[in-house]
Ligand binder design. Structure first.
Ligand SMILES: [Zn+2]
Length: 270
């Protein structure tokens, strides 16, 4: 009897939870809901929401595979990630709090959500660039929980997941030039940055370097090293300490060795 009562209560709470979700979406002008896999999409275009949901699932699996953290499979049950797919750009800007220049943006605090608008979600730049980028932010923040998030790693990972080859090429060209001219951010400083540079060139440099260092660590060593790097970051360890510990044979001097080897890698491969 007690068990039946408990099940009834859980059912009622779940119903209220979803109902609140839908009524909040209706406040944003969206009337339909699609629940699939790890996402709930609030929308006004069933065909588009359906297509978009498969794309979200594809990136979800891909990003988690790259993280490689066993048992980290968020949003599997009722607490799915919320997605708001607005009809127009005006609705998107008005209801999401996102910047006007953006095509989609992530809200990386509970309840985790992603906002976009219909005109943008069919474009290549969103599907291959912005979407994997923003979804990586969401998943990385979810993984890190309350731990302080290193900015370089957050943006480095997000860019690593982008499939936009033109942008990748531009970043490579820029970083190679910056290293040759010795006008780059020293890694010790990069790892400690907790705000975005205001200067336009510095800002671009910050993004390019963050992605380049993540790519180097991910692709030049065992994938399990990078997974350990993420796990120790979640435990609050500094990048230098993690490098010395996880990559001890390859980078015994930590950041110092990484900077030397990463520069050589850029010179040879970019
Ligand atoms: Zn970003």
């Amino acid at each position: 009897m007690k068990k039946a009562f408990l099940i009834l209560c859980i059912g009622l709470i779940s119903f209220l939870y979803f109902d609140i979700g839908l009524s909040q979406a209706q406040n944003k002008g969206l009337t339909q809901k699609l629940s699939r896999g790890h996402f709930i999409i609030y929308h006004d275009n069933a065909e588009l929401a359906d297509k978009f949901s498969w794309r979200l699932e594809y990136y979800y699996s891909r990003i988690l595979r790259h993280f490689g953290v066993v048992h980290f499979r968020p949003w599997e049950s009722e607490n799915k990630c919320l997605v708001y797919l607005f009809k127009t750009k005006e609705d998107y800007v008005k209801n999401s709090g996102c910047q006007e220049w953006s095509a989609a943006c992530a809200h990386c605090r509970p309840p985790f959500s992603l906002s976009a608008y219909e005109g943008a979600v069919t474009t290549r730049s969103l599907l291959e660039g912005t979407l994997p980028h923003e979804l990586t932010h969401l998943l990385f923040h979810k993984l890190m929980g309350k731990q302080k998030i290193p900015l370089w790693l957050d943006e480095g990972l997000a860019q690593y997941e982008e499939k936009d080859t033109k942008k990748r090429f531009e970043r490579k060209r820029f970083i190679k030039k910056a290293l040759r001219e010795d006008e780059y951010i020293k890694l010790k400083q990069l790892f400690q940055m907790d705000s975005y540079p205001e200067d336009e060139r510095e800002n671009w440099l910050f993004y390019c370097q963050s992605e380049s260092v993540v790519t180097y660590l991910k692709e030049e060593y065992l994938p399990s090293f990078f997974t350990k790097f993420l796990i120790y970051t979640k435990k609050g360890k500094s990048a230098d300490d993690i490098l010395k510990h996880v990559y001890q044979r390859k980078l015994p001097q930590g950041t110092e060795d990484l900077e030397r080897k990463w520069k050589k890698y850029v010179e040879l491969k970019y």
